[in-house]
Design a protein around this ligand. Structure first.
Ligand code: C2E
Ligand code: CA
Ligand code: CA
Length: 758
């Protein structure tokens, strides 16, 4: 018995110390308090071990001291540990001091015991034929017991209260300890009060330590975990169905029950109902799959994501399976909306450029039967519409055009919005009636609050041939390029991209690149055409631009002016021409020649430069009288933006220039203009003259224009005089100045000077 007990104590001490080291090393917050407790519990066990082994009084007495002082340590550390284990925070300061004082007092009385014999003495008895020193407790020992029992009881109370207050799932965490405390306490009491030698209760103490160690460090309540997982599963928005390893449904959460309509206590129909809802092919016998199923039709469509997984135990054995069903309708709708947004124009709902290209490309690959054409529709002056009529009207215009396209295309068409002011269409060539489309486009209007505005559009067409590689952006580029060629015209609405146009575009690009050099090397220069008075004497000359091209030879203005008017480079040409005219005039001035030179101003010059300051600085620079530099502005320019031009004309005249209205009569309100516009000369368009030979009325009109101008103090000049007869008629009508092939064609400066000044 003695040996057995001492072996047991020895093992316990080692076990407690090992656990103490592990607890200390573990990173858990409870580690410190636990290792303190385990150390505390090991000491009284050690004391008892000494008692059992010793046969000498002194050693036994030392054993008792270790036992009692160890008990103090054990109880104190238990009290401290309880605070941490029961999540009560650190012991309160006041209470801690009181407890410590009680223990310190206990230690003091033991310290004085050797002298006063106040705590205990021992008596020798025989146990198993060996001497054993039994305890004879005194008053001090009673104090020791009161302190220890008191605190032990307090700890017990704390655990009991904790056990009662905690949720069910946590109860075993406290319950086991309560039970072991009671048992240990009871056994201990039995030994103390029965005064039986060889205190076995220490085994209880040791086991209490190990139990506490297990619960603190290794125990993870499966019940707690189960509860948590079950709670989570119940709260999940997904429908969950759990099956045991035989495939029988054992549980489903609320969304699951609602989805297939089963009650909480009867899962018999789960499988049948699932198959009814998701189709017979739903495979509930195997796991590890997922799939998407769409329920319902039309707007009520519901999109679901199903996943079947198996559950395994720690050894990897299948314990069952579960099916999760997620409603992904919202996600799916959002994806669809996102898809729509990225493929459809926000304003018109038409395809975006990229999506249109993608669709056209697909169509052309799939459909080899139909002959298709690409159409590019451009709204003219969209920026101006925006600026003048406002964004709202501009957007309304775009929407109306979108509606117009949608309403007029045939079934095989694909169409979309390419940019702010352009649309693209793929259409069936055989269904395309150019005249009908042209009429539609010509008559397209958008109504403001009260006014109907005509919206000008241009329609460029690229005819796709079977030899073409499918390159949709290139098709549209070509159609767009074609429209740039007619952008400025009101009556050309539809244009085809063909070889002629292609060559023209290439040619335009070429001469555009060459322009700067052509100006610098004077390939571009003025030809002069004389302007004569009624006696046939030279009055002045019109400077008309010519390009003597090294490769292409002689180029008339008609071959390059429209190109530069479109791309804005006309300002460079005119500035150069004006400078040349000034140089000639400066030279004439030196030679005492009195003739004037008329220069031409393109309508586009007003967009690209400040015309008046440019002209003023040119005459100043060359030291010539502005009267000698006459300025020709065409009648059509005078009609558009009339207020601004009026101002320009006044400024020019105020600066001393003579302003001529070119091509008079070609517009519609020429006569009207005369009364508002302060001009010096009108140049009557030769078209009138051509007619006047056959048509009496034209003759009468010219005569009246001349008479009226005379009264308004405006000189008249007729251009395009080709015959002596024309000259005679005009002379008879009272025309003052004449220009035309009858007198001379436009010629180089040297020829002009030779003819008129030599
Ligand atoms: P425009 O200003 O009306 O010039 C008169 C045109 O009529 C010139 O054509 C001239 O050669 C031609 N012409 C003169 N007399 C007769 C005639 O008796 N019979 C016929 N059939 N034609 C005659 P050109 O030089 O080809 O110029 C054409 C147009 O190009 C000009 O018309 C003018 O609008 C423009 N242009 C010419 N030079 C310049 C320039 O330096 N700058 C600008 N912006 N435009 C210019
Ligand atoms: Ca002219
Ligand atoms: Ca003219």
């Amino acid at each position: 018995m003695r040996t057995g007990l001492s072996v047991a104590f020895g093992i316990l001490i080692i076990a407690l110390l090992v656990c103490m080291v592990i607890a200390k090393k573990s990173r858990k917050p409870i580690g410190n308090a636990l290792s303190f407790l385990l150390a505390g519990l090991a000491i009284p066990v050690l004391g008892n071990l000494i008692l059992i082994l010793s046969t000498q009084k002194t050693i036994s007495t030392v054993g008792y001291y270790i036992y009692f002082i160890g008990m103090d340590c054990a109880i104190y550390s238990l009290w401290y540990f309880t605070h941490v284990y029961c999540d009560m925070g650190k012991p309160k300061r006041g209470l801690n001091i009181l407890v410590c004082t009680l223990f310190v007092a206990d230690l003091i009385q033991y310290a004085m015991n050797p002298f006063l014999k106040f705590s205990f003495t021992t008596e020798k008895i025989l146990v198993e034929n060996k001497s054993y020193f039994r305890l004879i407790p005194k008053l001090g020992q009673t104090y020791h017991r009161i302190v220890c029992y008191g605190l032990f009881l307090a700890v017990l109370v704390v655990f009991v209260v904790k056990m009662i207050q905690s949720p069910k799932v946590y109860r075993d965490k406290y319950g086991v300890i309560v039970l072991s405390i009671i048992m240990t306490g009871a056994v201990e009491s039995y030994y103390i009060f029965s005064r039986k030698p060889m205190d076995m209760s220490m085994i209880g103490f040791g086991l209490l330590g190990l139990l506490v160690y297990f619960f603190s460090i290794h125990f993870r309540s499966m019940k707690v975990l189960d509860r948590m997982l079950a709670g989570m599963a119940s709260d999940m928005p997904d429908a969950l169905f759990f099956f045991d390893k035989n495939g029988k449904c054992i549980w489903t959460n609320e969304p699951g029950r609602q989805l297939i309509g089963v009650s909480k206590d009867n899962y018999d129909n789960v499988k049948d109902n699932l198959k009814y809802l998701f189709g017979d092919e739903l495979d509930l016998e195997s796991s590890g799959w997922f799939k998407r199923v769409t329920l319902g039709t039309g707007d009520d469509k519901q999109y679901t994501h199903l996943a079947m997984r198996s559950t395994v135990d720690e050894k990897g054995k299948i314990t069952g399976s579960y099916l999760s069903i997620r409603d992904i309708t919202d996600d799916q709708r959002e994806i669809k909306r996102e898809m729509y947004r990225s493929t459809h124009d926000y304003l018109t709902g038409l395809y975006t450029k990229e999506y249109l290209y993608e669709n056209i490309s697909k169509r052309l690959k799939d459909d080899h039967e139909t002959d298709y054409m690409i159409g590019y529709i451009e709204v003219s002056n969209y920026k101006m519409i925006n600026d003048v009529f406002g964004k709202e009207f501009a957007e309304l215009t775009i929407k109306k055009i979108a509606g117009f396209i949608t309403g007029n295309v045939s079934s095989k068409c694909l169409y979309g919005r390419l940019s702010d002011d352009s649309f693209g269409i793929l259409f069936d060539k055989s269904k395309f009636d150019e005249d009908v489309v042209k009429t539609h486009l010509e008559n397209f209007t958008v109504k403001d609050d009260n006014l109907e505005h005509q919206i000008l559009m241009h329609f460029g067409i690229y005819d796709i041939t079977p030899e073409d590689d499918i390159d949709v952006p290139l098709f549209f580029d070509s159609a767009r390029l074609a429209t740039t060629m007619i952008r400025d015209y009101y009556h050309d609405i539809i244009v085809y991209y063909d070889d002629k146009l292609r060559n023209e575009i290439i040619h335009n690009q070429l001469i555009t690149n060459q322009l700067k050099n052509a100006i610098e090397t004077r390939q571009i220069r003025p030809y002069l055409q004389p302007i004569v008075d009624s006696r046939g004497m030279l009055a002045g000359a019109e400077a008309l631009v010519r390009w003597i091209h090294p490769d292409e030879g002689f180029m008339n203005p008609g071959m390059f002016i429209p190109v530069f008017e479109r791309n804005g480079l006309i300002a460079e040409v005119d500035r150069h021409m004006w400078r040349c005219a000034c140089e000639i005039l400066a030279n004439w001035k030196e030679r005492g020649i009195e003739a004037f030179i008329s220069i031409n101003i393109s309508p586009k010059d007003f967009y690209y430069m400040d015309v008046v300051p440019t002209l003023k600085s040119l005459v100043e620079e060359h030291g010539i009288d502005p009267v000698k530099l006459r300025v020709e502005i065409t009648e059509t320019v005078m009609m558009s933006d009339s207020m601004d031009i009026l101002k320009t004309v006044d400024e020019l005249r105020a600066s001393g220039f003579i302003v001529e209205m070119d091509d008079f009569g070609s517009g519609f309100s020429s006569l009207n203009l005369l009364k508002d516009m302060n001009i010096d000369v009108i140049k009557i368009d030769m078209k009138f003259l051509k007619d006047s030979e056959r048509n009496m009325k034209s003759g009468i009109i010219i005569k009246n224009i001349i008479n009226m101008s005379e009264e308004l103090n405006i000189a008249t000049l007729t251009e395009g005089v080709e015959t002596a007869k024309q000259f005679e008629i005009l002379y008879a009508m009272g025309c003052k100045l004449y220009q035309g092939y009858y007198f001379s064609k436009p010629v180089p400066l040297e020829d002009f000077e030779k003819q008129w000044f030599d």
